[in-house]
Ligand binder design. Structure first.
Ligand SMILES: [Zn+2]
Length: 353
C-alpha cells in the first residue's frame, strides 16, 4: 500500500503493461497499470472499463507470516528468507515510519494486556515513530491478508485506500492467492481503491485505523464531511445512520455476531426492517463487499424464521451472487452460500407439498 510518499520521492518507475521498471515487477494486467497517483505515491489505475465482479488480480505474497499477531522477530525472520529481487520490491514500497509520537497515546500500551501483546504493540509503535524505514514499518504499511496471518504483495500492496472502495480483496485458500475483484463497474482511467479499514465505522474511528498506515484519508467520503450539502456530508449522515442501526452494524463487522443474538427470536419484523434499511444505505454508499453478503445471509435467516421461504431463497441467492462477484467461483465461501440457498429452496418445495 502506497499512500503517502510523493511520486517524486519514489525510486521506482511506474510499472505497467509494456513498461519495465528497474526495481519492481512489471504488472502484466489487461485491467490496470501502476503509476503515480497525485499526493499518494503510486496507485493502480483502470486501463479499460471493468465490469463489477471481474477478477483483476490473483497474487502470492513476496513476504508472509502465518500468524495474525506477528512480532518483530517473526517479520525479521520472514524477511531473511526472501530472495534479493523480492527484497528490492519490498524496500520500494511505502513505509509508515516518521510519524509524530505526540499523535499517539503517551502512556503506551495498556498495562493490563499480556506481556507478549504489550511487547508487540511497543515494537509496532517504535517502527511508526522511528526516523528511518524498517522491515516492520514497511510490512505494517503494506500488510494484507495471507492465510491466518498477513503478507505483503508486489502488486496488490500498491493499491491505495478509499473509504468507498471500488475493489474488494480476500485471501482465497482454495487457490492459495489473494484475489482482487471490481466491487462495482469501473470506468477506464479511474483509480482502483481497496479499503484498509472498516468503512462502516465513523470517520474518527477510520482515521485512527488509517493512522497505523501512516496517512490521513482525504477521500471523497472523508473530505468536507462537516460541510452541509457536500458529498462528504451525505456520506457522514449515511454512516451515522448505520451507527444508529448499531446492532446491525455489529452483526456485519469483522467479529461477526449473528444478528438474531441482538434482537432475540421474537422480533423478526423489526430485524427485517432494520436489515432492509442497512441494505439500502449500503447500496447508496457503494458498499458491495463481504459485509453486504452477511446482510443478505441474515436477511435469508430472518425470512426463513418468518416462514417466508420464497424471499429467503431470493436473499440467499443474492448472498451467493455477491460472493461470486467479490471473491469468484473458486472461493471457499461459495459452497457455504450454495448450501444455504439449496436448503432454503428445499423448504419452498416442502411448502408446496
Ligand atoms: Zn476516507
Amino acid at each position: 500500500m502506497d499512500t503517502q510518499k510523493p511520486a517524486e520521492e519514489s525510486n521506482i518507475e511506474p510499472a505497467g503493461v509494456g513498461s519495465e521498471a528497474p526495481t519492481t515487477k512489471s504488472v502484466n494486467s489487461e485491467f490496470f497499470v501502476i503509476k503515480p497517483s497525485p499526493g499518494k505515491g503510486l496507485g493502480a489505475f483502470a486501463t479499460s472499463d471493468i465490469k463489477y465482479g471481474t477478477r483483476i488480480l490473483a497474487e502470492w505474497p513476496i513476504i508472509r507470516v502465518e500468524k495474525y499477531e506477528y512480532t518483530l522477530a517473526d517479520i525479521n525472520s520472514a524477511f531473511d528468507s526472501m530472495s534479493a529481487a523480492d527484497k528490492d520490491i519490498f524496500w520500494a514500497l511505502h513505509s509508515c515510519h516518521g510519524q509524530d509520537p505526540a499523535k499517539w497515546p503517551a502512556q503506551g500500551p495498556n498495562p493490563g494486556l499480556p506481556d507478549e501483546l504489550r511487547e508487540r504493540i511497543a515494537e509496532q509503535h517504535a517502527a511508526r515513530v522511528a526516523d528511518a524505514p524498517s522491515i516492520l514499518s514497511v510490512f505494517q504499511a503494506n500488510c494484507m491478508p495471507f492465510r491466518a496471518g498477513g503478507g505483503v504483495y508486489a502488486v496488490a500492496s500498491r493499491f491505495n485506500h478509499a473509504c468507498m472502495p471500488n475493489v474488494a480483496f480476500a485471501w482465497n485458500d482454495n487457490i492459495q492467492k489473494l484475489t482482487l475483484h471490481a466491487a462495482r463497474d469501473v470506468r477506464a482511467g479511474e483509480e482502483l481503491f481497496v479499503s484498509y479499514c472498516d468503512e462502516l465505522q465513523p470517520k474518527e474511528v477510520r482515521a485512527w485505523s488509517l493512522a497505523h498506515y501512516g496517512f490521513a484519508c482525504e477521500c471523497e467520503v472523508c473530505a468536507d464531511d462537516g460541510v452541509e450539502g457536500s458529498p462528504g456530508f451525505k456520506h457522514r449522515v449515511n454512516r451515522e445512520k448505520l451507527q444508529c442501526l448499531a446492532d446491525v452494524v455489529n452483526a456485519i463487522s469483522i467479529d461477526h455476531i449473528p444478528f438474531a443474538m441482538h434482537f432475540g427470536p421474537s422480533h423478526a419484523n423489526q430485524r427485517l426492517m432494520a436489515l432492509f434499511e442497512v441494505l439500502s444505505i449500503m447500496k447508496e454508499e457503494n458498499m458491495f463487499g463481504s459485509q453486504m453478503c452477511i446482510v443478505y445471509r441474515e436477511l435469508a435467516m430472518v425470512c426463513e424464521e418468518k416462514g417466508d421461504y420464497d424471499n429467503a431463497v431470493v436473499a440467499a441467492r443474492k448472498e451467493l451472487e455477491t460472493y461470486l462477484r467479490i471473491m469468484g467461483p473458486d472461493s471457499p465461501m461459495i459452497p457455504r452460500a450454495v448450501a444455504l440457498a439449496r436448503r432454503l429452496k428445499s423448504r419452498t418445495v416442502e411448502e408446496v407439498k
